[in-house]
Design a protein around this ligand. Sequence first.
Ligand SMILES: Nc1ncnc2c1ncn2[C@@H]1O[C@H](COP(=O)(O)OP(=O)(O)OP(=O)(O)O)[C@@H](O)[C@H]1O
Length: 361
Amino acid sequence: MSDAILHLDHLSQQFPNASLPAVKQVSLTLKQGDLLGLLGASGCGKTTLLRLIAGFERPQSGTIDLAGQRVAGEGIWQPPERRDVGMVFQDYALFPHLTVAKNVAFGLQQPRQKRFSAKQRQALTAEAIALVGLTGLEKRYPHQLSGGQQQRVALARALAPQPALVLLDEPLSNLDVQVRLRLRQEIHDILKTSQTTAIFVTHDQEEALSICDHVAVMRQGTLEQIDTPEALYQAPKSQFVAEFVTQANFLPAQWQKDGWQTEIGWFPGDGVQGNGVQDDRPTPNHATVMLRQEALLLTADETSELVIRDRQFLGREYRYWLVTPSGQTLYARTPVSINLPIGTAVRLSITGGSVQVFPGA
Ligand SMILES: Nc1ncnc2c1ncn2[C@@H]1O[C@H](COP(=O)(O)OP(=O)(O)OP(=O)(O)O)[C@@H](O)[C@H]1O
């Protein structure tokens, strides 16, 4: 583990009076420059995991190694100010009465492992402000900046001491969609330029997949899957991950004639058990098929009981809202060349190979 910046080993934390742990047996390793996305629904333990790493919570069990030093474990406890970690919060948490430069310099004056001279503080402040593209705005106060600029100040403050690890807790949640899209790429570029190791918490799957090297999906305190964005999207290991990451459709199905029969038709398939890899287990009679929105082809068919309920024009594609005979909603994204009016009865087929299924209907 010598080149690991962060190593968590079976980390668990249960709050007093809680029936379940907020973080349960979490293990992961980050190397220098890695950007990990931590993705999960509200309450799954993302913030608690960050607070454990930063030292604001004490784990009941497990260990945390940071930059080669054990900071939490049996009989070992380093408080937050002794950990080489920078944090960026959803609400920016800037000091309103301090200028941009003084906000950024603040983190350099705190008691921490690294001590900086006045000259170093000045240089590191200027460097961090330049890194986030705010040179020239040093004398402004937070209220004289846009939300996106304020978040860049918060990022500069976290980066200025050149910490081993930066933790970003839903840093884009308070921003409107245009700024969010731009700033997420900027944050990625800034972290990569400075080769900073970071964890980026979000509940937005697109945000995590688009900028992170690895994404961890959390569920009720545990890490359900940790993988590259591509692997997570193409081969989700469980239906939970698939639902969270792919926003696909799921239908109960029965194994029939080397494929899967659903209420809206038969789809080619095999004995795949849900992780994209053929395994030795027998094919179950019942399963849940995953139909990706972008893999569905729609063909008008008067004999079909599947009807287009609504349609949204998204520029490069249409998003169709379909309702099955049993009342289940399905979504399909198609190129705009497939232009079918609302109310049309359609037949569905899939592009590409076989459908992926998960055990249990
Ligand atoms: N100080 C606390 N005392 C007791 N329970 C807590 C405390 N902080 C969090 N919890 C509980 O621990 C669980 C995990 O909370 P956490 O804030 O880590 O989730 P999260 O994934 O960050 O959620 P969100 O996306 O809504 O911020 C939740 O059930 C929450 O209610």
